[in-house]
Design a protein around this ligand. Structure first.
Ligand code: MEV
Length: 404
């Protein structure tokens, strides 16, 4: 089995204007990753690929997928790039910890992880430049007129200063700085946002060109600030960029609320990141403000830890709880009505209508399974119990803090 992964990304400054030839700065998110695992199958037609992507509930053979399905496209493009036609039947499993459609490059990371896994599995790993070019082909199919910044930062996995059509330029970072990511929870559709800006630009070219020039000014300011480690100026550049993104029309009430909250909490600057209209915002935290706490083990002080480290130790289990509860809700959303005692009702039942009227999300597939199935109850009970354990752990830490 060959496993490969690729990172998510944030746009620090310059989104949207970058599509119109202005510069932008982007950075990788190395801890948020998409992973692809390729392994040969003992049985199957030569050249066949069985694709599993549980995050999007996909399990299908390549030939069953629509030709423009992003996973199908990247598998075919990789085969073409490597001039591989007939290969042993293959299983490809794709998973991602990057929230989808939230401006963090999840689609691009999946493309790059898949092409990395396939090219390494077939013995011809591709250089970042070719990885970026192949992932760009998928972006073009799905985002209309992408600038190419997303595939560049993900394939090179380095901070980049990007100008459409120019050679990729990594840029030096003067000193570490801390960004906080805030998710609106609203999905953001890049092609829709990019398309909307295109329409607005077509209607008012002069105004939008002037806005894009001013965005370019914030990128220049931010780049210099990063090189010099001048975080106050970087915050200023982010704020100015956000005002311009508002004028361009890609912010949203939810983003503005998060940005305002971050600023009230002391952020040096904050802005949306990516296509906007939902998705994520980034806020620049003041440096040197991270409190250090004593870490405890067996009720004894052990290593010192950053407060953020502790906060995130509770964030991650709760995040897993949210995902688990979502899955349990989806299991419980399968309508069994119409299955009768075991083999259906003796009178006609419009199950689709019932499903919609009662707020279920799907109709059960098999009546014998539907009447016997208790998976949803077990999943709900387990998800609830584990949430309780995690909340109790948080409660115990807080009580301990108060006692200290
Ligand atoms: C998306 O991450 C960044 C946009 O500028 C689109 C692009 O550059 O392709 C909104």
């Amino acid at each position: 089995m060959t496993i490969a992964s690729a990172c998510g990304k944030i746009i620090l400054l310059g989104e949207h204007a970058v599509v119109y030839g202005r510069p932008a700065l982007a950075a990788p998110l190395p801890d948020l990753r998409a992973t692809a695992a390729a392994s040969d199958l003992a049985e199957g037609e030569p050249g066949s690929v069985c694709i599993e992507a549980p995050d999007i509930e996909l399990a299908a053979w390549l030939h069953e997928l629509s030709p423009d399905q992003p996973l199908a496209v990247i598998v075919r493009l990789t085969r073409q790039a490597l001039a591989i036609e007939k290969h042993p039947p293959l299983a490809l499993r794709v998973q991602s910890s990057i929230p989808v459609a939230s401006g963090l490059g999840s689609g691009t990371a999946v493309s790059v992880a898949v092409l990395r896994a396939l090219s390494a599995h077939w013995g011809h790993p591709l250089a970042p430049e070719r990885q970026s070019a192949l992932a760009f082909e998928v972006e073009k199919l799905h985002h209309g007129t992408p600038s190419g910044i997303d595939n560049t930062v993900v394939a090179y996995e380095q901070p980049v200063y990007f100008v459409r059509g120019d050679a990729t330029q990594p840029f030096p970072i003067g000193a570490p700085f801390t960004l906080v990511l805030g998710d609106t929870g609203l999905r953001s559709n890049t092609s829709m946002a990019v398309g909307m800006v295109l329409q607005a630009w077509q209607a008012e070219k002069e105004r939008f060109e002037a806005l894009f020039d001013r965005v370019a000014g914030t990128v220049a300011l931010g780049r210099k600030a990063i090189e010099q480690g001048d975080w106050a100026t970087l915050g200023e550049a982010m704020d100015k960029n956000q005002q311009l993104l508002q004028e361009i029309g890609v912010s949203s009430d939810e983003l503005e609320t998060l940005i305002e909250t971050a600023k009230q909490a002391g952020a040096l600057g904050a802005k949306l990141s990516g296509a906007g209209m939902g998705g994520n915002m980034i806020a620049l935290a003041e440096t040197g403000m991270e409190p250090i706490l004593p870490g405890y083990t067996h009720l004894q002080q052990a290593q010192p830890v950053r407060a953020a480290h502790w906060v995130l130790s509770h964030f991650w289990p709760l995040h897993r709880d949210l995902v688990r509860l979502g899955r349990a809700a989806s299991s419980a959303g399968s309508l069994p009505l119409g299955s009768g005692a075991l083999a259906g009702c003796p009178f006609p039942v419009d199950r689709q209508w019932l499903m919609e009227a009662l707020g279920f999300s799907q109709v059960s597939e098999n009546s014998l399974d539907a009447v016997a199935d208790r998976d949803w109850a077990v999943e709900m009970a387990f998800s609830g119990a584990l949430l309780g354990v995690h909340l109790s752990r948080l409660g115990e830490d807080l009580v301990k803090c108060l006692a200290l």
